[in-house]
Design a protein around this ligand. Structure first.
Ligand SMILES: Nc1ncnc2c1ncn2[C@@H]1O[C@H](COP(=O)(O)OP(=O)(O)OP(=O)(O)O)[C@@H](O)[C@H]1O
Length: 357
């Protein structure tokens, strides 16, 4: 079996953490949910820091824990890296010393340090002590230290939460690089919807210890049977690549499976992968292609499902543009007037689409 399988039942004062997850073998799985929903506890179970009566943790066919068979690897025998909100580096050691410490402890599993220093852009900081680093630099060193042990899973518990916006923006590209270059599962707990939209490949939604959803990011965000991700407006995420440019109007085409959209030119080369966020309220529907409209992006689509949209006057419509899903928020009056129902062909007019950055 590939990937990371986690089955755990662990009572907590207010609820039972009850998860049965099968996560991809690589890429970022964002673990999202309200405060106290069990996100940290779930990561601690993977790390072997909790003792659930019932648990099964299997990484790429290798069993780390199986309560039915009485098998349980202690934390230090689980090849994983753990990064917390606050980087807990040794203050008396410089960056190189901190990394060497982790490296030595890992023994034969250790990852070579030089590529890690380059991967995280910290080669020039090796002689500095943690007190001489910015918050963002400290977190990059903490991540490098976690990776120096040669982990086969990386657990990140709100690694950017203690940083201000500028520092967060500085570190996100490094995390994206790790996601693209390391072929290991990364479990990433966050409260920040923008981090999920930008980096995650897979999304787990936890609520009071239960898994409300677990699936590929775009597919899960476009589900209308779930409440919108807390704090976020309903919208769809498109994975695409830059196509042609219109230099005169400073526009760039984003091609995705099932269609294309024009967005403000972000300056990326053709073929550059991008993610685009399209809010449900920015998508209106028509039965014929609109003529003489200011809206540039009009996509043929098929209605897949319709759900209540929060207020009784509103509905949320899930649309398929080929294999890509979009959401549209319309009035219930429009649902009736346009006879919207699953299978109906429509034209989706996308008023605004924003690059996720
Ligand atoms: N060691 C413990 N013993 C008993 N209960 C605990 C323990 N650790 C956490 N809890 C409780 O378990 C629940 C889940 O906590 P957890 O830290 O996993 O949530 P979380 O989703 O990570 O929250 P946050 O987003 O606020 O960090 C909370 O109600 C918490 O008070």
């Amino acid at each position: 079996m590939t990937g990371l399988a986690i089955r755990v039942r662990l009572p907590r004062p207010d609820f039972l953490l009850d998860c049965d997850l099968h996560l991809p073998a690589s890429g970022i799985t964002a673990v999202f949910g309200p405060s106290g929903s069990g996100k940290t506890t779930l990561l601690r179970c993977v790390a072997g820091l909790e003792r659930p009566a019932q648990a099964r943790v299997v990484l790429q066919g290798e069993t780390w824990e199986d309560s039915e068979r009485g098998l349980r690897l202690p934390t230090h025998r689980r090849p994983l890296g753990y990064v917390f909100q606050e980087a807990s580096l040794f203050d008396h050691l410089d960056v190189a010393g901190n990394l060497r410490f982790a490296h030595r402890r890992a023994g034969r599993d250790a990852a070579p340090l030089q590529p890690l220093l380059e991967l995280l852009g910290i080669a020039g900081l090796q002689g500095r002590r943690p007190g001489e680093l910015s918050g963002g630099e400290r977190q990059r060193v903490a991540i490098a230290r976690a990776l120096a042990t040669g982990p086969r899973v990386l657990l990140l518990d709100e690694p950017l939460a203690a940083l201000d916006l500028a520092r967060r923006r500085e570190i996100l590209p490094w995390l994206e690089r790790l996601r693209d270059e390391l072929r290991i599962p990364m479990l990433y707990v966050t409260h920040a919807g923008d981090e999920v939209a930008r980096m995650a490949d897979h999304l787990v939604l936890l609520d009071a210890g239960r898994v409300r959803a677990s699936g590929p990011l775009a597919e899960t965000l476009a589900r209308i049977d779930l409440p919108a991700v807390p704090g976020e407006e309903a919208g769809a995420l498109l994975h695409g690549a830059i196509g042609q440019r219109d230099a005169r109007w400073q526009l760039a085409e984003v091609r995705f499976e099932g269609g294309a959209l024009w967005i403000a030119d972000p300056g990326f080369a053709s073929g550059h992968p991008v993610r685009v966020h399209v809010l449900a309220r920015d998508v209106s529907l028509a039965l014929v292609p609109p003529q003489q409209s200011s809206i540039q992006n009009v996509l043929p689509a098929i209605v897949r499902a319709i759900a209540p949209g929060g207020h009784p006057s509103q509905a949320l419509v899930q649309l398929a543009c080929g294999p890509t899903l979009l959401l549209s928020r319309v009035t219930t009056r429009s649902v009736e007037a346009l006879e919207l129902a699953p299978g109906r062909s429509v034209w989706a007019q996308v008023k605004s689409a924003a690059l996720v950055a």
